[in-house]
Design a protein around this ligand. Structure first.
Ligand code: ADP
Ligand code: ASP
Ligand code: MG
Length: 403
């Protein structure tokens, strides 16, 4: 008898009809005599709507209340799933995070699950029940409700799989697996049968929304294989794993791109030790994530230019923080909201020479200008003008034989 965690994303539970359909998927696993646990996201659009409401009521909405507010969507979908399963003749009930509890550590809106108490779940499953558990939320040591970052239900499913010692964790979504690039933006994208945690982690962090990055990190740390499948069509999906058995010898596994980056260039900054730290200190204090950074080599030994990227949502705040930062002086500052990061990812590049050249050459052949570059062992990212993203993904997809 296997223990299986099934996670359903927003579109999979987006309507009453969809909920009825995913209950059939749950029933399928249950009828095969598995121990089944379900984690659900809120119905699609609900969390966004709640976030907007918080912005309408206050431009400085309390972060603890934000978590109370935005976590409510999951309670609705879980109750509906449990209710439908009962209608279909199964034993089922919902659990919100505090009822278990799912304990978290860290700040509101960005907490991380530290433990899940599974005793009650185990008892319930033993009696034939199917527990339906709210994704995305937890409680902290002050018993306040927390959330674990947007798209966090993926991480809830992985952590539940860890604590319940599940044999499988299946992420049901609206695509039938992880593709070489977002199949909605590029029609020639192909489904990847198997992908390493590290590659998936890079793809997720670099903009492939199909899996939330923290969840992949948690899966890697705990060695939990993940299957990504469609709740709309019955097809084999993608396996995310650490196992090296029967992998393809593709050099590049996938291509990711971001939609909401912004670039800041500070011209004529004093070139002396500690300046970069003075610029980034207030940003870090305000939880603004700085991504790519380049500093030009100083021409005169006195001044230099510094360029870095952040999320476009943080641009206004960053601009304010830099302009009121008395510990730095500069000649000019410029902002560009219309930039995107395009990345190629693959463990194969560790051993294959010439990948950087091929990437730059392919982009040049389409006259795409590279603004900033950053690399790691298994990825190369370039910042380009947002209008060139589609073109860049297409030419790289072809260059690395992913079409
Ligand atoms: P869910 O609501 O089920 O969590 P998400 O919207 O978070 O679903 O993720 C699924 C979406 O991820 C797909 O609809 C697809 O457009 C997008 N996506 C981005 N990159 C990829 C990729 N490389 N492979 C598959 N899907 C991707
Ligand atoms: N409902 C939450 C969100 O939209 C969590 C999730 O979907 O995983 O971010
Ligand atoms: Mg998701």
């Amino acid at each position: 008898m296997k223990t299986i965690v099934l996670k359903f994303g927003g579109t999979s539970v987006g309507t009453i009809d969809r909920i009825k359909k995913i209950c059939k998927i749950i029933a399928f696993y249950k009828k095969k005599r598995n121990r089944v646990l379900v984690v659900s996201s809120a119905m699609s659009g609900v969390t966004n709507d709640l976030v907007n409401k918080s912005k309408l009521i206050s431009n400085n909405f309390d972060i603890a209340e934000y978590d109370v507010l935005v976590s409510t969507g999951e309670q609705v979908s879980c109750a509906l799933i449990a209710g439908r399963l009962k209608h279909d003749g199964f034993k089922s009930r919902s659990w919100t995070s505090w009822q278990l509890p799912i304990s978290t550590e860290g700040p509101h809106a960005g907490a991380r699950i530290s433990s899940v108490r599974v005793k009650e779940l185990n008892n319930y499953i033993k009696k034939g029940g199917i527990p339906i558990i709210t994704g995305f939320q937890g409680i902290n040591n002050k018993l306040r409700i927390t959330t674990i970052g947007r798209s966090g239900s993926d991480a809830t499913a992985i952590m539940l799989a860890k604590f319940i010692k599940a044999d499988e964790c299946i992420i049901y979504t609206d695509v039938d697996g992880v593709y070489t690039t977002d199949p909605r933006d590029y029609k020639k994208a192909r489904k990847i049968k198997k992908i390493f945690y590290d590659e998936m982690l890079e793809m997720a962090s670099l903009g492939s929304k199909v899996m939330q990055p923290t969840s992949v990190q948690d899966a890697k740390l705990n060695n939990i294989d993940i299957k990504v499948k469609s709740s709309f069509i019955s097809r084999s999906g993608t396996l995310i794993t650490g196992s090296k058995k029967s992998f393809s010898n593709q050099i590049i596994t996938g291509i990711s791109s971001t939609k909401n980056d912004a670039k800041i260039t500070i011209v004529g900054v004093k070139d002396k030790p500690g300046i970069a730290a003075s610029i980034f200190r207030p940003l870090s204090k305000n939880l603004i994530n700085v991504d790519m950074v380049v500093q030009n080599i100083s021409q005169n030994g006195k001044e230099t230019d510094l360029t870095f990227t952040i999320k476009a949502d943080d641009l206004k705040k960053t601009e304010k923080l830099i302009k009121k930062n008395k510990s730095i002086s500069y000649k000019k500052i410029s902002f560009d909201k219309n930039v995107s990061k395009v990345s190629i990812i693959g463990v194969g590049m560790i051993t294959a020479p010439g990948i950087t050249y091929r990437m730059f050459q392919a982009l040049a052949s389409k006259k795409i200008n590279i603004l900033v570059i950053s690399t790691s062992e298994i990825k190369i990212s370039v910042l380009v003008s947002a209008k060139n993203v589609k073109k860049a993904v297409a030419v790289l997809h072809k260059e690395f034989k992913l079409d």
